[in-house]
Design a protein around this ligand. Structure first.
Ligand code: PMP
Length: 373
C-alpha cells in the first residue's frame, strides 16, 4: 500500500454543528416524494488539501450551498464521482443501511481513476451513520420509501490545467425518496434500444460512477421519452450486446439449451457498473440454487431468437433507486418486441424483489447485509 492510500480522515475527528430551529426544513408528505427533490437538514463535508497534510477533520453542519471558484476542476473536466445508497426504516422501527461497504469499495475504485485521494471505507461509513442518526426523522416511516444517500467527491483546485486536483471536497447529502420510476403497478417498463448510442466502451469508465458517464445519456433518454418509452437499453458493439438499462443493471430469465430456467446478467467486463443490487441478486439466486445463474453476454439477436421460440420469460432492471423494474417491451430498430415478464405465473424477479425488500425493511430482522444504525 502506498502512504497515500493509508492516509484517511477519521470519524474520531468529526465535529458537529446542529441546525438551529429556524434552519430546519418541513418534511414533505410521503406521497409527494419524487426522486431527490427534498434534502435533509444537515450535510457532511470533508476537505482535502494536498499542501495542508491532506485530509481535514470531517464536519457535519446545517445543509446549505457550497462555494466554488469558477475555475474549479470539477466544473471544467468533471473531476467528480458519486455514490448512491439508501437507509430504510424497518418494520421494527430500526434504521438499516444496505451493504454500505460495497458502495465504499466502488467509490474507492472510481476515485483512483480520476486522481482523487483515497480514504478508509469504515471511517466514511461511520461519518454517514452519524449524519443519518442526526437526521433520522427524515427516514420515511414507510416501506415504499427510504432515505437516499448521495456521497459526492469533487476536485476543486482553482486552476485550469488538466492534472490531478490538489484540493478536493467529499460531501454527503441525503434525500427522502419514493419510487424512482413512476409507472402503473401492473404495467412494466418499456425500453428504447438504439445502437447509435453507446454508454461505455473497453478501456473507458463504464464501471465507475462518474457524473461524466451520465451527462451524455440525457439525449438518448429524451429520445426514449419522445417515443413514449420509459428508459434506454444500452447496447454495445456490432452484435448489439445488452449492457445496462437506464441506471440499472439488466437481468434476463430464459429457458436455456438444456431446457432449464436460467437467470443471466452481463459480466463485469468494464462496461458495466458493478451494482450493489446486481451483486446481491446473484448471491441470493446462487444460494437458492433453484435455477441456473450465469454472468454471460447476450445479444439482441439472441433475445429475438429466444422470443420467437417462446423461451424468453423475463427481463428486468436492478438498482438501488428502484430495486427491481420488470420490462414489458423493447423498441429495437423499428421493431416493438413484447417481453412477457408480467405474464409469468411465478416470476423470478418477484421472488428476488420480495427477499431483498424483506432484508432492507427488517422483515428479516438480522442479516449480514444490514447495518443497523
Ligand atoms: N448501472 C448504472 C449505470 C447505475 O447508475 C446504477 C445505479 N447506481 C446501477 C447500474 C445499479 O447500481 P446499484 O445496484 O449499486 O444501485
Amino acid at each position: 500500500k502506498s502512504v497515500q492510500s493509508q492516509r484517511s480522515f477519521k470519524y474520531a475527528d468529526l465535529s458537529v454543528c446542529l441546525a438551529g430551529p429556524d434552519q430546519l426544513n418541513p418534511k414533505p408528505d410521503v406521497k409527494e416524494l419524487s426522486f431527490g427533490k427534498y434534502f435533509t437538514d444537515h450535510i457532511l463535508k470533508i476537505h482535502y488539501y494536498e499542501n495542508m497534510n491532506g485530509w481535514q477533520a470531517p464536519e457535519i453542519m446545517p445543509f446549505g450551498n457550497i462555494t466554488l471558484h469558477p475555475a474549479a476542476k470539477v466544473l471544467h473536466y468533471a473531476i467528480e464521482m458519486f455514490e448512491g445508497m439508501k437507509a430504510y426504516r424497518g418494520v421494527d422501527g430500526k434504521i438499516r443501511l444496505f451493504r454500505p461497504e460495497l458502495n465504499m469499495e466502488r467509490m474507492l475504485h472510481s476515485t483512483s481513476r480520476i486522481g482523487l485521494p483515497s480514504f478508509r471505507s469504515e471511517e466514511l461509513i461511520k461519518c454517514i451513520c452519524r449524519l443519518i442518526s442526526i437526521d433520522q426523522e427524515w427516514v420515511p416511516h414507510s416501506t415504499t420509501s427510504s432515505l437516499y444517500i448521495r456521497p459526492t467527491f469533487i476536485g476543486v483546485d482553482p486552476t485550469l490545467g488538466v492534472v490531478a486536483s490538489d484540493s478536493a471536497l467529499l460531501y454527503v447529502i441525503m434525500s427522502p425518496v419514493g419510487s424512482y420510476l413512476k409507472t402503473a403497478k401492473q404495467q412494466g417498463i418499456s425500453l428504447f434500444a438504439d445502437p447509435k448510442f453507446t454508454r461505455a466502451w473497453p478501456g473507458g469508465c463504464g464501471n465507475s460512477k462518474f457524473g461524466s458517464n451520465y451527462a451524455p445519456t440525457i439525449q438518448a433518454q429524451q429520445e426514449a421519452c419522445e417515443k413514449g418509452l420509459h428508459q434506454v437499453l444500452w447496447l454495445f458493439g456490432e452484435n448489439h450486446e445488452l449492457t445496462e438499462m437506464g441506471t440499472m443493471n439488466v437481468f434476463i430469465v430464459y429457458i436455456n439449451d438444456n431446457g432449464e430456467r436460467e437467470l443471466l446478467t452481463p459480466p463485469l467486463s468494464g462496461l458495466i457498473l458493478p451494482g450493489v443490487v446486481r451483486n446481491s441478486l446473484l448471491s441470493m439466486a446462487r444460494e437458492w440454487n433453484q435455477f441456473r445463474v450465469s454472468e454471460k453476454s447476450i445479444t439482441m439477436k439472441e433475445i429475438i431468437q429466444l422470443l420467437s421460440e417462446n423461451r424468453l420469460l423475463e427481463i428486468f432492471g436492478a438498482g438501488t433507486a428502484n430495486v427491481i423494474s420488470p420490462v414489458s417491451c423493447i423498441e429495437f430498430l423499428g421493431q416493438l418486441l413484447h417481453i412477457p415478464t408480467m405474464e409469468q405465473p411465478e416470476p423470478i424477479y418477484h421472488m428476488l424483489k420480495k427477499h431483498l425488500l424483506d432484508i432492507q425493511y427488517g422483515v428479516i430482522p438480522e442479516h449480514s447485509w444490514s447495518l443497523i444504525i
